[in-house]
Design a protein around this ligand. Structure first.
Ligand code: IPE
Ligand code: IPE
Ligand code: MG
Length: 234
């Protein structure tokens, strides 16, 4: 069983178009998939489920779609309290918080605090996130620590994989074992570039609003048959 599963939830817009609806209709429908997958992941003993909800590049979408997505996020943060309480799930957001509206951020922080001691599973919503942003912010924070150490005449922190990872926004979270992407696209779209170094990828044509626990189970089954070698010989 993977410890950490991450999902690039893609295909909401195409799903909506298939129904003859606006794109936001698809985003709304996607919330039901999130709930089902979240409950299923908790039931199966997955420790971390992270969901790519909004990328740094998604800010470049038309304003009404961006504001609709942010409203939906606000509504979900308020509305899913019971799901987290009932399932003993810890909620976290990872991404560039500086770009989020203050009222949304306040609700997020409130929910993070409320669920901080929930221990069955951690749900991480990647919001205003991109892999390059993450690596860049880590590099600049490391540079600041080096400058501070030099200024104070202290030892400069040596850099290796583990030290660098501790500056990433995902510090303390194990790298994803399995990455699922829905909607048939087979690319990483600037997602966890560092963290996916040895992640197993699973691509499915199912559009995100149609994705349910049965589809999730199929991905887990595929994962179980993979041979993870990490460059070694078995
Ligand atoms: C994924 O669905 C959700 C977000 C990126 C916010 P899309 O909105 O990308 O849907 P498609 O890919 O256009 O179908
Ligand atoms: C990736 O989907 C981002 C999220 C699912 C949040 P996109 O729909 O933005 O990715 P591209 O543009 O097809 O690569
Ligand atoms: Mg898409």
């Amino acid at each position: 069983m993977p410890r950490h599963v991450t999902i690039i939830m893609d295909g909401n817009g195409r799903w909506a178009r298939q129904q003859g609806q606006q794109r936001l209709f698809g985003h709304n429908a996607g919330v039901d998939s999130v709930r089902d997958c979240c409950e299923y992941a908790a039931e199966t003993g997955i420790e971390y489920l992270s969901l790519f909800a909004f990328s740094s590049e998604n800010w470049n979408r038309p304003e009404d779609e961006v504001s609709g997505l942010m409203k939906l996020m606000f509504k979900s943060v308020l509305g899913e309290r019971e799901t987290f309480r009932k399932n003993n799930i810890r909620f976290r957001i990872i991404g560039d918080r500086a770009r989020l509206a203050p009222d949304l951020l306040a609700e997020i922080v409130k929910l993070e605090d409320e669920t901080a001691s929930n221990s069955r599973m951690t749900l991480i919503v990647m919001l205003s996130y991109s892999g390059k942003w993450d690596i860049t912010q880590a590099a600049s924070r490391y540079a600041a620590d080096v400058a501070e150490a030099v200024r104070a005449g202290k030892e400069v922190p040596a850099l290796d994989d583990n030290v660098f990872a501790s500056y990433l926004s995902t510090a303390g979270i194990p790298d994803p074992d399995l990455m699922i992407r829905t909607s048939g696209e087979q690319r990483i779209s600037n997602y966890m570039l560092w963290q996916c170094a040895y992640t197993e990828f699973y691509f499915t044509d199912v559009l995100w609003p149609d994705f349910r626990r049965t589809d999730f189970a199929r991905a887990l089954e595929a994962y179980c048959s993979r041979d993870r070698r990490y460059g070694k010989i078995k």
